[in-house]
Write a protein that binds this ligand. Structure first.
Ligand code: ADP
Ligand code: MG
Length: 162
């Protein structure tokens, strides 16, 4: 019963998040990067710390716009860089936080941001320049590396640790 013909090729196992631990995509416009962020949002299960690395202008905040807009059900225009305020909170349910540690100088500064408290909650926390504080920001579930390839091209590498 239900025997497959021996000549039929076996269906390939579908990609799953467990199989695809690391992938790289090149985007060619900010809009494409926002769309990628919206796709990535579907794969983020809180509690989740997402660390974003890459030089200024490499697209970290642009990618975050897509992720946050999707998770918090808001417009991507409402997601602005927290460069000066350092931590932004979005959404009522399924709250998501976005932090930018570029201007944070040391552990003492970091402690004043209240990130510890936020990281203890059942939320998604997106942190730009998180690698500056690797020893304090334990166990990211996703790391994202953004690279400026010139013009409007950005290479985005996503690495999951779960
Ligand atoms: P970061 O947060 O890494 O400093 P931003 O996302 O704030 O970077 O800025 C990226 C800049 O590059 C924006 O001005 C954006 O419009 C522009 N840009 C051009 N092409 C892309 C692309 N493919 N992906 C993301 N941003 C792009
Ligand atoms: Mg930024």
């Amino acid at each position: 019963m239900n025997e497959e013909s021996s000549n039929e090729p076996q269906p390939q196992a579908r990609h799953s998040t467990l199989v695809t631990r690391r992938f790289t995509i090149i985007t060619h416009s900010p809009e494409e990067t926002v769309s990628l962020g919206r796709e990535l949002a579907k794969e983020v299960q809180p509690p989740c710390l997402v660390l974003l690395e890459g030089e200024l202008g490499s697209g970290k905040t642009t990618l975050v716009k897509g992720i946050v807009a999707s998770l918090a059900s808001i417009s991507e225009d409402e997601v602005t860089s927290p460069s000066f305020t350092l931590v932004h909170e979005f959404g009522a349910e399924g709250t998501v936080y976005h932090a930018d540690l570029y201007r944070v100088e040391g552990a003492h500064d970091l402690a004043t941001l209240g990130l510890d408290d936020v990281l203890g909650r059942d939320t998604t926390v997106l942190v730009e320049w998180g690698q500056k504080f690797g020893e304090y920001l334990q166990r990211p579930c996703v790391r994202i590396f953004c690279e400026h390839l010139g013009g409007d091209d950005r290479r985005i590498t996503v690495e999951r640790s779960t």
